[in-house]
Design a protein around this ligand. Sequence first.
Ligand code: HEC
Ligand code: HEC
Length: 324
Amino acid sequence: MKTTFTGLLLAAAFVSSCNQTETAQKDQTSALENQAMDKSIVAEGFKLLETNCFSCHSPNASMDNRLAPPMEAIKKHYINDNTSLEDFTRDLTTFLNNPKAENSKMPGAIQRFGLMPAMQFSKAEVVKIAHYIFNTELEKPDWFDKHYEEEKEKHGVTSKSPDSPLEAGKAIAMRTQSVLGASLKEAINTKGADYALSFCSTSAIALTDSMGFAQNAKIKRVSDKNRNPKNKANPTELAFIHATKEALQQDLDVQPKLISTDTSYVGLYPIFSSEMCLQCHGKPLQDVKENTLAKIRQLYPDDLAVDYKSKELRGIWVVEMKKK
Ligand code: HEC
Ligand code: HEC
């Protein structure tokens, strides 16, 4: 009896220890899988941040004319030693879904920069962004500088120096585009394309002007097929637009251009259409709804800015910077 009992116990111990090694192994593989998955989420988070956030939350600390606090500062306000990734994701989601003073952890930033404009991000996007901010040492991103250079090269910026007028002008155009885009998105989402149209017609030039003023530059959007007569490209700008279209047709890389005059530098940067633009710049009565079209024709009797498809050259940014 006794022996059998011990035998059973031993057998049980053996079985359970066997199970333990098995679960330990399982844990190890899933930890590895998790690590690999985390890595790719973090990488995607970086891409999202770069395209959606850095235009305002510039990681380049030397840029003195910022539009928002750097992510590093945000991280310090949102994450302390006791904050879990889940806590942070929840807080970030709360603010991004509804950027309002009562959801803010940085009232000083609202005072200094004004409230962040509302934009639309999916839950999955915010999760990835949160992963990146939480898991990466933003203060010392050793791989970041290199990666950023590679990204810039990929996007066809020829000069390596961040202080070059071509780069400075691009940063100004990108920031203005984010602000304009964010305001437009908000207008469409809250009140629809018709209202957004009036918003565009009354505010686009004013907003662009004020962005230029804030950044010590003159900035405008022009086109060969302009809607507002004030946005008609001049001969120099037209030549660049035609050259860019030519390059696109031949599948060549599209490059921005810098023109130097006696008193200033003028940077020219292509603007492409996306799906979202077609409700006001696409095919009439198909992409552009009847109501919207009527309103466009009323506000801009000589409108040329329709019949675009996605990913076409819609126009260019022209950024004029005084020489020092
Ligand atoms: C058009 C400019 C702009 C863009 C683009 C932008 N932000 Fe902001 N953001 C701001 C400004 C301005 C503030 C400071 C004022 C405030 O807190 O609302 C801010 C503040 C924040 C804050 C702190 C909020 C608080 O007050 O507690 C977080 C978090 C944040 N942004 C996240 C993001 C993320 C993530 C992205 C990209 C997905 C992003 N922002 C894109 C302008 C922008
Ligand atoms: C809700 C309607 C609406 C949407 C959506 C829209 N636009 Fe426009 N767009 C306008 C109006 C109105 C003007 C004329 C603004 C003015 O009077 O300065 C304009 C002007 C422009 C101009 C200046 C040249 C011109 O034709 O006068 C460019 C460039 C431009 N839009 C690009 C875009 C791009 C790119 C998108 C998508 C990311 C977009 N627009 C989405 C309504 C819209």
